[in-house]
Ligand binder design. Sequence first.
Ligand SMILES: Nc1ncnc2c1ncn2[C@@H]1O[C@H](COP(=O)(O)OP(=O)(O)O)[C@@H](O)[C@H]1O
Ligand SMILES: N[C@@H](CCOP(=O)(O)O)C(=O)O
Length: 299
Amino acid sequence: MLTFDRFKITVPASSANLGPGFDSIGIALGRYLILTVEPAEQWVFVPKTADVEGIPTGKDNLMYQVAEDVAKQYEVTLPAAKVYVSSDIPLARGLGSSASAIVAGIELANQLAKLNLSQKDKLRISSLMEGHPDNVSPSIYGGVVIGYHHEDETYINHIPNLQAEVIMIIPRYELKTADARNALPKVIDYRTAVEAGAIGNMLVSALMNRDFEAVGTFMEKDLYHELYRTKLVPELAIARVEAKRLGAYGTVLSGAGPSVLCLAPIGKGKDIAKHLAIKLSHCEVDVVGIDTKGVYVDA
Ligand SMILES: Nc1ncnc2c1ncn2[C@@H]1O[C@H](COP(=O)(O)OP(=O)(O)O)[C@@H](O)[C@H]1O
Ligand SMILES: N[C@@H](CCOP(=O)(O)O)C(=O)O
């Protein structure tokens, strides 16, 4: 049986889509899921902070199931561990908590079985598990990641440093991603698909060119999902109008919601957040850093 010394895994949160980058684009955020792992007789997960209070403590925990799945794929046996779990990523709010848990589970197996997985391996395994790379890829690489996942291959392009500020508006209610996906139509017509693709292309080229005015314009033109989800998240329309008035580049639904993300010029985030907190007083409003490191391990 493998033995190991205590170690720590840190995984950033993420915000998927950035509007028209549905299931494809994501940005890593400076909120973190942190696992402290030590040898034990049997598996146990110990929640240490309020945001993870309700997570399963045994083998029904998502992180354990992911780690076991990876171990099976690589035909290794994992030693049992006691895992202390701290997090300031609220669950089911569109901040990629489940993707962070998947990336943490992969890293858990990687460390416990000394698999030496590369970033590309982690991307592939996690995208196959999630079905899309928009949350898992920024949690692995940090920064902004643009991806395309297919059962045969997963491709990404990475923008490591985006010079902008992010304001998150986080409602107190939960919205399960599965429920927000059920609100989407099964098909969209050909013309709309072409238009939605062109808008996504414009967003990506604007991101690559650091043309933030254009980023703001195209972020807000999504045709894939926001239209169908706004009825579930009334905060989006209010935040969009207010944030623009206060000088933000653009405002989008964060992942499947209910959180809302505003992208703003450097130095403006705090002021915009202060005003939005008054307008949307039932929500937590926070200026959140853009994580540039992705998942990492230390002692
Ligand atoms: N650290 C964690 N440990 C175990 N399960 C987790 C963890 N983080 C998230 N989950 C699971 O993922 C669910 C939330 O996933 P989802 O609805 O996709 O929302 P999110 O936008 O937060 O990813 C939680 O209700 C919980 O079942
Ligand atoms: N592209 C997905 C992203 C879901 O992100 P989450 O953080 O809400 O889980 C979608 O929009 O459904």
